[in-house]
Design a protein around this ligand. Structure first.
Ligand code: NAI
Ligand code: A1CAB
Length: 258
């Protein structure tokens, strides 16, 4: 996820000379330096010592160790940017020096191509300039949306995890195409272009998805037959249950680790 944010931010004007990426393995550092032209190091504390923004992009279970490691080296005006699912702002406050500014975010992987959407939750002591700086960094990754911390588990379940649901649907549609005799290459291309086209139509027209769905579903035609099978199989209800499970896991991670 951190690489997706990096790629999105660089493609919209962030200067690679202003970035230090930290890694655990030297070979991974060489790969990032080669791809993005950024400096890399395995020393997290050294990397943050004159940083203005510090994006902590490790898994939730590894965040505490990284914060404990970088805390003493952080400049007082550095803003720590959280991307971890589940971990509340209070978790960061416990592991960082008093009054260190923190902004909690929830990005998604289309950030890599500038088509992401990221939730932004300012920390309790974070001033507007700091939040604006974080939003400027994220602008290259797509849209940003300020929300409250109590909304972020739902945001993560919908938008953070959402790309995976779409990839799942694309894969299922492509498999169905193969079952009906299309080549794998053609079936996948059709599935990808159809999702891209439908998403673009939704975004450009601003029409409600129900209206657009009805425009495809001719009375007595083919689409309505397909949609009836999806309803019979409980697909709509399964989306609700799936997203509730993702939201609940986010809250659970916060309790487990916090
Ligand atoms: N994958 C996604 O779509 C999204 C992920 N997130 C959040 O992003 C964070 C990362 O998730 P992923 O990218 O999926 O995991 P990942 O495991 O692919 O990436 C974590 C990276 O951190 C590196 N790392 C671990 N410990 C380190 C240390 N001490 N110093 C430097 N680097 C270290 C690992 O080598 C790895 O490359 C998580 O907190 C997750 O909740 C948030 C939104 C979406
Ligand atoms: O699956 C995960 O835990 C991360 C957080 C949101 C999307 N991926």
């Amino acid at each position: 996820m951190a690489e997706a944010v990096l790629a999105g931010a660089l493609s919209s004007g962030l200067d690679p000379a202003d970035v230090v990426a930290t890694v655990r393995r030297e070979d991974r550092g060489a790969e990032l330096a080669e791809t993005y032209g950024v400096a890399t190091t395995t020393d997290n504390a050294a990397a943050v010592s004159d940083a203005r923004l510090v994006v902590v992009g490790v898994k939730p279970k590894d965040v505490a160790a990284v914060l404990d490691e970088i805390g003493p080296a952080l400049p007082a005006d550095a803003v720590v940017v959280s991307v971890a699912v589940g971990l509340p702002l209070s978790f960061y406050a416990r592991h960082l020096p008093a009054d260190q500014h923190v902004v909690r975010t929830m990005p998604n992987t289309p950030a890599q191509v500038g088509a992401g959407v990221t939730a932004v939750v300012p920390g309790p002591t974070t001033d507007e300039d700091d939040v604006a700086l974080v939003e400027a960094l994220l602008a290259g990754t797509g849209e940003t949306l300020r929300i409250t911390e109590k909304e972020i588990d739902a945001f993560g379940a919908l938008a953070g995890s959402g790309p995976a649901y779409v990839f799942y649907v694309v894969d299922a549609m492509a498999e169905a195409g193969v079952l009906m005799g299309l080549t794998r290459a053609v079936a996948r291309r059709l599935a990808v272009q159809t999702v891209l086209g439908a998403g673009t139509l939704l975004a450009r027209t601003g029409e409600h998805p129900v209206v657009l769905r009805e425009k495809v579903s001719s009375p007595g035609g083919t689409t309505i037959q397909a949609l009836r099978r999806l309803d019979d199989a409980g697909v709509r209800a399964s989306f609700v249950a799936a997203m509730e499970a993702a939201r609940d896991r986010s809250a659970e991670l916060g309790r487990e680790l916090g």
